[in-house]
Design a binder for this molecule. Structure first.
Ligand SMILES: [Fe+2]
Length: 251
């Protein structure tokens, strides 16, 4: 975290929100030792130490990215209640228990069908789960599809996108514009511009910008492109969250 902060200082950033990743009950494969549990208390105490050390700019904010799965909603609800996060991203890293990161996830199935299943699972999530501020990288699945985002756009999944964007907006939630997809060779940011445009048309206003950086080198990566895309879609503001409340900042 400290190297992220010093990089943010050198970039002149005014705010920096950490969103460490928690995927409870991640289906670990045999022979692998992946662990997406988060040592939250340690994360909190290290954050507070650094917040004291770097008391001026950037303003440091404490967030989390929650990997959603239907059977852990209650557990996630309790987790959120017990920690004073500034900001919570809800994400789908799994699709009905499978991880699209692995090529065998796509084996023997049509890409279009899997994408549709993924977006439908997000729709099911947002109908029920409300302990979040924005939904992250809505079309994360296209990072890993055989054709990535070459044959994908909002129009192809119009009905599902309309339904899920409407639910997100009606429930007072927002979405994330994630610039991390560029390193996967995608033509668009997450979500695709066509999805962003539709979100705006439907009345969506809450949009945060995240670099999905993972390393200091990627902080603010492609943010000028994010600004241009948002302006093109008709947005005038982006959003940050403090104590789970949105603040709107001119682009
Ligand atoms: Fe993520």
């Amino acid at each position: 975290m400290e190297s992220m902060i010093t990089k943010a200082v050198s970039l002149g950033m005014t705010h920096l929100c950490f969103t460490e990743h928690l995927d409870l009950d991640y289906p670990v494969r045999e022979g692998e030792s992946l662990d997406f549990n988060l040592a939250t208390d340690q994360y909190r105490s290290e954050f507070l130490t650094l917040k004291e050390k770097y008391a001026k700019t950037p303003q440091l904010l404490w967030g989390v990215e929650l990997g959603l799965q239907k059977h852990i909603f209650t557990e996630l609800h309790n987790y959120v209640q017990n920690h004073p996060f500034d900001f919570i991203i809800a994400s789908s890293h799994l699709c009905n228990g499978g991880d699209p990161y692995y090529p065998d996830f796509f084996e023997g199935r049509k890409e279009d069908d899997i994408y549709e299943e993924y977006f439908s699972s997000i729709l099911e999530n947002v109908k029920i789960f409300t302990d979040y501020d924005v939904y992250g990288h809505l079309d994360y699945i296209v990072r890993y599809g055989p054709n990535k985002d070459a044959r994908y756009s909002y129009e192809k999944y119009r009905d599902i996108f309309d339904s899920l964007l409407k639910v997100i907006i009606e429930k007072g939630k927002g979405i994330e514009l994630n610039t991390g997809g560029v390193k996967y060779g995608l033509k668009d940011l997450h979500p695709a511009s066509s999805v962003l445009k539709r979100y705006k048309e439907l009345g969506g206003e809450i949009i945060t910008i995240g670099s999905d950086a993972h390393t200091p080198e990627n902080l603010l990566h492609h943010f000028s492109r994010a600004k241009a895309v948002l302006e093109e879609c008709g947005f005038q503001y982006y959003t940050i969250f403090k104590e789970r409340k949105p603040e709107f900042i001119p682009l």
